[in-house]
Each structure stands twice: as C-alpha cells, then as structure tokens.
Design a protein around this ligand. Structure first.
Ligand code: NDP
Length: 281
C-alpha cells in the first residue's frame, strides 16, 4: 500500500484563501489586521521562518510590523520592544521568534507579551486555558496538524495517538488538543522505553523530535496516519523525523517534508492574527 499524501502546501493555500476573505471583510470596516514579528540576532533558520511569515502577511493584506534587534540586544531592550508593540493599536498579533540568544530569559519574554495579542499561544495564561480545554488561541503548528487531519476527514475520537517530542511549542499542545478531541494520547520523549513498539500500536503518529528520519518506516502500523513535524537540514536537503519513503509504503496517510506541516503552520499564524483582530474590534 502507498499512503495518501497530505499536501500541506495545497491545503495551506485554501486556508489562506479563507483568511484573505476575512481580511477583506475587516478592510470593509476600515480595519487592517496587523502581525508584529520580533527577530533577535541572525540565526539563519529563524531568518528564513520570519521572512516567510512577513511575506505571507503581505500576500494576504495583513500589515507586517517588523522589529529586528541585534544578537547582542539586552533582555531589557527586548522587553521594551515587546511593551511598545503591546501598546501599538496596529498590532493584533505579536510573536517573538524563538530560539533567543542564551543571555535572554525566554520565559520572561513570553510572559511580557499581552495575552490578548499572543498569536503563538505560548503565554502561561494561554497555555493554562488550553490545558483547561478553554483555549483563547491554539498554537499554530498544533492547529496546522489538526486542520490537515480535518480536511482529510480523519476522525480523531477513539484513536491511539502517539506523539514523539514533548516540547512546549509542538508536542505538549498537540497532546492536549488531541486529548480534548477524544484520542487516547501517549506522549514520548528521550526516556521513553520501546518507542518502536509504541509507534507500531499507533493509529496516529505525530513526530516532532528534530531527529532526521528517526522514526523508521517499518515501525509504522499498516494504515496509520503519520504527521511529520520535523524539519532537519541534511546536506542540501530538508528531511523530516520520519523515514518517509519506507513509512509511505505502510501508512494510510502521510505528510511530506517539506510541503506538509510547515506551510500549515504559517497559514494558521495568519488565521490566528485575523481572529485576534476580529476579537479586538
Ligand atoms: P525540541 O528540541 O524542543 O524538542 C524535541 C523533543 O523530541 C524533546 O521532547 C525530546 O525529548 C524529543 N526527542 C528528541 N530525540 C528523541 C528520540 N531519539 N526519541 C524520543 N524523543 C526524542 O523540538 P521542537 O518541538 O521545537 O521541534 C521539533 C522539530 O519540529 C524540529 O525539527 C523543528 O525544526 C520542527 N518544527 C517544525 C515546525 C513546522 O512548522 N513544521 C514548527 C516547529 C518545529 P526530551 O524532552 O526527553 O529531550
């Protein structure tokens, strides 16, 4: 069997189309949604991500408010930038690109973002609301995964979902949302015993480890849905956390890298920005 490919690029285009219609409806009321992106330093991957976010804003008619700080900017300078953007009425969504240089406390910075403008959903207040099942905003990558599954008409309730990676930005919020949607969730990490066995019993696998092709194709159960969040540069190539070619032979649904979850994350960032602008007005 060869799995059906979940084409994140195509689905993201459709979602962006819907977002553009909402932007136009706001424009008719004299409102331009605005996304502020703060980039500190010159991490090459972060530069690419932020450039993509800013470019997509422009494509959809969302104002991009850009704040770039040098790698040696102090924590105080960054906190002042966040405070300025919190107070700026053009800004409906505000994100600070991670990772930050090591001399800056990222918890302090995330806590400084106005929770109502917290477009990534990483502020402790929004993490708490998500855990309580009353989300104000859903983190973009998690929302992108769920939307892809929804558009493929994949039913989550009752499924055994195995998530590999427990980060605050991907693994944990995805576990909470899948649980809220009535999956039975197993959240794995580096101390997990028998990862191949757990993956082999999963109906739905979400790989978010940052380890090139660490999930071997022959671990995957016949017919499983495989969502690969990983983005790893191997030489000139980008590969995911799943051994794609072999996994595709066994899975029922699978996302490619690139062109899977990546474009969906950006589309959901745009959607979150517009939702925050609608709520602000
Ligand atoms: P982190 O490095 O923050 O977390 C990685 C997680 O994977 C950790 O919980 C770690 O476990 C676990 N892990 C690592 N190696 C193994 C292993 N061999 N076995 C089991 N668990 C393991 O990563 P992120 O969550 O930030 O990102 C994960 C990947 O997703 C990266 O490739 C990143 O580039 C990509 N990404 C893609 C996005 C997209 O839009 N497509 C968005 C965000 C991230 P432990 O906690 O024990 O250390």
């Amino acid at each position: 069997m060869s799995a059906k490919l979940l084409d994140g690029k195509a689905v993201a285009e459709q979602e962006n189309g819907r977002t553009r219609e909402r932007v136009e409806a706001l424009a008719a009321r004299g409102i331009t949604p605005g996304l502020a992106t703060v980039l500190v330093g010159d991490n090459p991957a972060s530069r690419v991500y932020v450039a993509n976010k800013r470019k997509t804003c422009k494509k959809l008619g969302i104002a991009s408010i850009d704040a770039d700080l040098p790698a040696d900017a102090s924590e105080q300078q960054l906190l002042e930038t966040v405070a300025r953007l919190n107070a700026d009425s053009r800004v409906h969504g505000l994100l600070v690109q991670m990772p930050l240089p090591s001399h800056i406390d990222d918890h302090k910075v995330l806590e400084a973002i106005d929770p109502r403008k917290d477009v990534d959903g990483f502020h402790p207040q929004n993490v708490g609301l998500l855990a309580l099942g009353r989300p104000w905003i859903i983190p973009c990558t998690t929302q992108g995964i769920l939307r892809l599954l929804e558009r493929a008409e994949y039913g989550i309730a009752g499924k055994n979902a195995v998530i590999v990676g427990r980060s605050n930005i991907v693994g944990k919020p995805t576990a909470l949302l899948l649980l809220a949607l009535h999956a039975t969730v197993t959240l794995c990490h580096t101390r997990t015993r028998d990862l191949p066995g757990l993956v082999g019993r999963a109906d739905l696998v979400v790989a978010a480890m940052g380890r090139p092709e660490a999930i071997r194709g022959d671990w995957v159960a016949e017919g499983a849905a495989v969502i690969d969040v990983g983005i790893n540069r191997v030489g000139e190539k980008l590969v995911g956390d799943v051994e794609f070619a072999a996994a595709r032979e066994r899975a029922g649904l699978i996302t490619p890298v690139p062109g899977g979850v990546g474009p969906m994350t950006i589309a959901m960032l745009m959607e979150n920005t517009v939702s925050l602008a609608e709520r602000a007005h």
